[in-house]
Design a protein around this ligand. Structure first.
Ligand SMILES: [Zn+2]
Length: 444
């Protein structure tokens, strides 16, 4: 419950600092760019007073493309991954700064409403000037902390490709000017979109610039087979030989990994960004998450265009259970850690509640009652609709369900207009989007 309107703001609730600590009644005071949590003691009716809300660490989304170009609607159902990627290329080819900014702002607003305080936004193509700046503007429009993985594409559609050096130059100019360098990654897009040398060139540049590395890897069996046929090694082995597997390198997907590749990842300090719902949507398979964890590798969660980190947490539990034939193969505590502590550790952010980020969810909703175990309920029952407050870097960016720095409807209208314009510019048949009711004049 919000007990202060100005600054400082005080939020009360059951503090769930991590997956293993006992939830405790607490107040969180947001002031001076920080969050200070104090445990409440005493008072017979204290439990009833605070159990209406939970205070969670900020959720970390380790993989997304907020300015989404992938087709949606029933027409896109059943579309294989390769077709979906090809379908988005026409829009990418014509997209400019205004498109990137408006679509990123919409994606960022969706993240904040879902309790995400930090996202790693994998951005490509970067084939025109100003696109990185437009993406950062989109994040800042709502106050989301955006890390940016600068996509490198050197293979495929010529009008989308850049040289590796172009993107390295962009990183060099942006580091500590547009964003702190620890918020930047050099990110070859995938084996489909990159020559093998790109990984080694990016790795050397990352070391020189003090930025980290990021890529989609081992996503499908077709990719593994093509890599083996062309180079005689599997995808993660190729990254290892390129010097790409380093502490903090983020590997997105990792669906098809051999035991040797799992050992390479664990031994290198690289981090997996696991996107379970995306893997199910495209029938990619089940990433060997429990084997990675057993080997000591760090595993985090990515929403990757799907609904929310709440959904990804439970989907991780269900998908890993299905893969192992054991419903307890991955616990809700492990899934909770993937979306909170593991993500914070991977990015070098403070863990738990005594940092600068915080999420409050309403526990009085029927979906979350009766409440026995807040961690279990957050993983299995929570949804974006339950998120009332979000604090990022000590700034209250969602208050009582409303963005404080921007207007949801204006963001949605601008994004819808961009999508219509993109469709018109590419000559594709414009899908029927419905207008937003609150701004639509009633029929006469
Ligand atoms: Zn992706």
């Amino acid at each position: 419950m919000v007990t202060g309107v100005g600054s400082p703001t005080v939020l009360t609730g059951l503090a769930v600092a991590d997956a293993t600590s006992e939830p405790v009644p607490a107040t969180a005071t947001v002031a001076g760019g920080a969050v200070r949590v104090q445990t409440l003691t005493g008072g017979a009716d204290l439990g009833a007073h605070v159990a209406g809300a939970a205070l969670l660490p900020g959720l970390v989304n380790m993989h997304d493309h907020l300015r989404a170009f992938l087709p949606t609607g029933r027409a896109s159902e059943g579309m294989p991954l390769a077709t979906a990627i090809t379908s988005s290329a026409a829009a990418q080819a014509v997209a400019g700064q205004d498109d990137y900014r408006a679509l990123t702002a919409l994606g960022a607003a969706r993240q904040v409403h879902a309790g995400v305080t930090t996202v790693v936004d994998h951005v490509y193509p970067l084939h025109r000037d100003g696109l990185l700046e437009a993406v950062v503007e989109g994040h800042r429009a709502v106050g989301l902390r955006g890390y940016v993985a600068l996509g490198i594409m050197t293979r495929g559609a010529a009008d989308l490709c850049t040289s590796v050096e172009d993107v390295i130059g962009l990183a060099e100019r942006a580091a500590d000017v547009l964003l702190p360098r620890e918020q930047l990654y050099l990110a070859p897009v995938s084996m489909r979109s990159n020559a093998p040398d790109d990984y080694a060139v990016a790795a050397r540049a990352a070391e020189r610039l003090g930025v980290r590395l990021y890529t989609h890897i081992a996503e499908t069996q077709a990719e593994v087979d093509a890599c083996h046929a062309e180079h005689g090694v599997r995808p993660v082995e190729l990254l290892h030989h390129s010097g790409f597997l380093r502490p903090g390198t983020v590997l997105v997907h990792g669906v098809r990994l051999s035991d040797a590749e799992i050992a390479l990842i664990a031994g290198s300090g690289a981090v997996l960004a696991y996107c379970p719902t995306n893997h199910l949507r495209f029938a990619k398979g089940f990433a060997p998450v429990t084997d990675l964890l057993a080997a000591g590798a760090a595993v985090t969660l990515g929403v990757d265009g799907m609904e929310s980190p709440f959904h990804e947490m439970r989907q991780a539990v269900y998908a890993q259970g299905q893969a192992a034939g054991d419903p307890g193969a991955l616990t809700s505590a492990q899934a909770f850690d993937m979306a909170t502590g593991a993500g914070a550790r991977a990015l070098g952010l403070p863990e738990g509640l005594d940092g600068a980020d915080l999420v409050r969810i309403d526990l009085t909703a029927p979906a979350l009652q009766p409440l026995a175990d807040p961690v279990w309920s957050v993983v299995h029952r929570a949804a974006p609709a339950h998120v009332t407050d979000v604090v990022v870097a000590g700034r209250h960016i969602l208050r009582d369900g409303e963005l404080t720095a921007a207007d949801d409807v204006a963001i949605a209208e601008e994004a819808a207009s961009v999508i219509r314009s993109l469709a018109a510019r590419t000559g594709s048949s414009v899908p029927q989007f419905w207008d937003i009711p609150s701004r639509t004049a009633p029929p006469q």
